[in-house]
Design a protein around this ligand. Structure first.
Ligand code: ZN
Length: 92
């Protein structure tokens, strides 16, 4: 039974070391190989404040400005808020 625990720990250690070596190798490659290719641009969802890759973001043009959202729900909520604000301002 004890042997199994030791074996389990060794396997765990092996994977940890393997992962560490792999990630440090990758880091070196990134440094040596010049600039790494830029992953797709990140954009901020103005409603829930999360960052999403531009490729998978939902684009909307509101009031002449470009906005990117993580989901359609966020888009419609933000649009509602925006319109709500506008009406409030108008009412005053
Ligand atoms: Zn969102």
């Amino acid at each position: 039974m004890r042997f199994l625990i030791v074996l389990g720990l060794l396997i765990l250690l092996y994977y940890l070391v393997k992962g560490w070596i792999f990630s440090s190798k990758q880091r070196q490659m990134g440094r040596g190989g010049g600039e790494r290719e830029l992953e797709s641009e990140m954009v901020k969802d103005p409603h829930c404040k999360t960052y999403i890759p531009k490729d998978s973001a939902i684009h909307a043009r509101l009031d002449g400005r470009d906005y990117y959202f993580c989901s359609k729900e966020c888009m419609s909520k933000f649009r509602d808020e925006m319109e709500g604000n506008r009406y409030e301002r108008r009412g005053k």
